[in-house]
Design a protein around this ligand. Structure first.
Ligand SMILES: N[C@@H](CCC(=O)N[C@@H](CS)C(=O)NCC(=O)O)C(=O)O
Length: 292
């Protein structure tokens, strides 16, 4: 359904729009923030490409819009950014708000198969189909966007989302990047908890939603166009929640080219880390979206 505009905020010469719309996938109202750079807002706008940013555990569309600093470089290059929410909200499934790493704020960008979560916890279909289709068809916001040029990025759980949705849908996105991604969810406590709850106990089936497994099926002849940053001071990395080495190893063993993983000395899991490297990730997307 059409977007309702809750707020319009000037940012780096462009505008950040706080939107909501009724989703048929989640069956709930969904909040989403959209940044349009100045190039999309002039009296004679050019169509701009889109970077989708998927957030981490506990986040709403606000966290990264406010403190990720993606808009700075995006405004210079002429790139729109979409910040979706991390789960449906208000379904009131039992236990939905009992923990911060499962249920509300923790949809893991998959379509749940287990009761009660299969009702509404359909973030994969929402992010890959319903949200972009609604946005590109929107009379107000879609006109400024080039639907044929989309890239994806994300942080932590959202890094898992970006990598897996990219690997599952060759051609849908022009490039992928991730900050501190949950790179092998089938083998870490966050992923095991979420996948057991949403998908059930069949670990073989989890592999369809795990970047370190999916990368093995990538076409070796096609550059992966993937940039990953991880801070060596990140406590979740130290606790084995992220496992980026497993992704690197799987890609190398499968002969997949084009994965760059950078270990940033001393950086933690926070937005101080992301803001320090967000220019690099916007440049990475821009290169593959024809802006650089
Ligand atoms: N709530 C968790 C932290 C979860 C966390 O670090 N979430 C990250 C994404 S995985 C985040 O972006 N949090 C929101 C923020 O820092 O603004 C805790 O209390 O330990």
């Amino acid at each position: 359904m059409a977007f309702e505009t809750k707020a319009t905020i000037a940012s780096f010469g462009g505008k950040l729009y706080k939107l909501t719309h009724q989703s048929t996938e989640t069956t709930t109202p969904m909040a989403v923030n959209l940044y349009l750079p100045p190039q999309a807002l002039t009296p004679t706008p050019t169509k701009v490409p889109l970077l989708i940013y998927l957030s981490g555990l506990t986040c709403t569309p606000e966290n990264c819009s406010e403190k990720g600093f993606f808009q700075h470089r995006a405004s210079q290059l002429g790139l729109a950014i979409l910040y979706p929410d991390t789960s449906p909200r208000g379904l009131n499934h039992p236990g939905e708000t009992a923990s911060w790493d499962f249920g509300a704020g923790a949809g893991f960008y998959i379509d749940a198969t287990q009761e009660p979560w299969k009702n509404g916890y359909r973030m994969e279909s929402y992010i890959t189909r319903e949200l972009p289709q609604t946005l590109f068809a929107d009379a107000t916001y879609g006109a400024a966007l080039d639907a044929s040029r989309v890239s994806i990025t994300g942080h932590s759980m959202g890094g898992h989302g970006a990598l897996t949705l990219y690997l599952k849908n060759p051609g849908m996105y022009k490039s992928v990047s991730a900050f501190a991604p949950i790179a092998n969810p089938g083998k870490c406590p966050w992923g095991e908890k979420a996948f057991t709850g949403y998908l059930g106990g069949d670990r073989e089936g989890w592999k369809r939603h795990d970047a370190s497994e999916l990368v093995k099926g990538w076409d070796k002849g096609v550059d992966l166009k993937a940039l990953v940053d991880v801070g060596t001071g990140d406590n979740f990395y130290k606790q084995g929640q992220l496992l980026p080495e497993n992704l690197e190893k799987a890609a190398a063993e499968a002969g997949v080219k084009g994965l760059t993983v950078r270990y940033q000395e001393g950086y933690d899991h926070s937005y101080y880390f992301m803001a320090s490297f967000s220019d690099d990730h916007v440049n990475h997307a821009a290169k593959h979206l024809g802006l650089l």
